[in-house]
Design a protein around this ligand. Structure first.
Ligand SMILES: C[S@@+](CC[C@H](N)C(=O)[O-])C[C@H]1O[C@@H](n2cnc3c(N)ncnc32)[C@H](O)[C@@H]1O
Length: 310
């Protein structure tokens, strides 16, 4: 859990306590969020882990089971939380989130409006980006989803930076009280063009908007609406290529330039199956291969800047 101290700084530099949320990390594709409870245990294929052994340890600690197996106890950063949260809706993932936060110019102190909240995947990252003095106001018309998101923000320790509202943003727009105050607006809605006029009203001069849509037809309609009061309209599709890095043998590989393996201690080599290999030493070699199950298209991110009137 994030600790927000009296100076409203976010920090994980403290020890794990009863009631904290930790990410139990086995490997990059096997993690889960666990609430620490003094009298509980975690049981997995490595044995039984007593939560009481975790209390007082720093985030990042390696802890051992009754059988000598181990896991790491990581802090629930927005990056890790995105990978373990319960999916109540489609969510945004790290590649889209990081690009969105950079392109929207979200920095500490910003006021950001968001709709829909969904599973809160994006909201956590927005909140950390505006901390310690900013605020994220996020809206979803689905009451139960909004309530679950509120619970999650309590668990991740970011609730003081996030206000969750229940509201039909496509129908009635954002609340008038934020008119002209928002540094950025983020939309992940089925018909974002219905919310764009209200978003324009909420933004400060020079404020930025992002709309995430999975289909290009939605992007086209949004862009048409954006032309009215926005400038610098740009759409991106973020395609991520993940490589799995592991140690292995080089028998079926040879240097691309035909040189001997021993003369290429840090070079890219071509394998017989066409994949690229990064060799760091021979033997053993560390190989990086594209993951076969890497996620492809998630959606389109359309950005625009409010046109200055004067
Ligand atoms: C795909 S989810 C958003 C996921 C979110 N970006 C995340 O990363 O977890 C879309 C959300 O929009 C909400 N929604 C749909 N129409 C809405 C409307 N008119 N007003 C407010 N929220 C709406 C849905 O209830 C749903 O939770």
């Amino acid at each position: 859990m994030f600790a927000i101290d009296s100076a409203r700084r976010l920090s994980f530099n403290r020890c794990i306590s009863h009631g904290d949320l930790v990410i139990v990390y086995e490997r990059h594709d096997n993690m889960k969020a666990v609430k620490v409870c003094e009298s509980s245990v975690l049981q997995n294929r490595f044995g039984v882990f007593k939560h009481s052994d975790w209390i007082g340890k720093s985030f990042g600690s390696k802890v051992f089971s009754n059988k000598g197996g181990f896991v790491y106890l990581l802090a629930p950063t927005p990056e890790l939380w995105t990978l373990v949260l319960s999916h109540r809706t489609q969510i945004l993932y790290i590649a889209d989130i990081s690009f969105l936060i950079m392109y929207l110019e979200v920095i500490p102190g910003c006021l950001v409006l968001e709709s829909g909240t969904g599973s809160g995947s994006l909201t956590n990252s927005l909140a950390r980006a505006v901390a310690p003095t900013g605020q994220v106001y996020t809206f979803d018309f689905h009451e139960q989803r909004a309530a679950s998101a509120r619970d999650d923000f309590e668990k991740t320790g970011l609730s003081s930076l996030i206000t969750v509202g229940v509201r039909d943003i496509q129908g009635v727009g954002f609340p008038d009280e934020y008119s002209g105050l928002a540094d950025a607006v983020s939309l992940d809605l089925p018909q974002p063009w219905l919310a764009i006029p209200s978003a324009a009203k909420m933004l400060k001069q020079d404020g930025t908007l992002c709309s995430f849509s999975p289909c290009v037809e939605q992007v086209q309609r949004s862009c048409e609406t954006l032309q009215t009061s926005f400038t610098d309209i740009r759409t991106f599709e973020i395609l991520l290529r993940t490589y799995e890095v592991r140690e292995g043998k080089m028998d079926s590989c040879q240097g691309v330039d035909g040189g001997s393996n021993a003369s290429l201690p840090f070079k890219r080599k071509k394998c017989s199956d066409g994949s690229n290999v990064l060799s760091s030493s021979i033997p053993p070699v560390v190989m990086a291969r594209p993951c076969s199950e890497a996620r492809g298209h998630t959606g389109y991110l359309t950005f625009a800047r409010l046109r200055c009137i004067s």
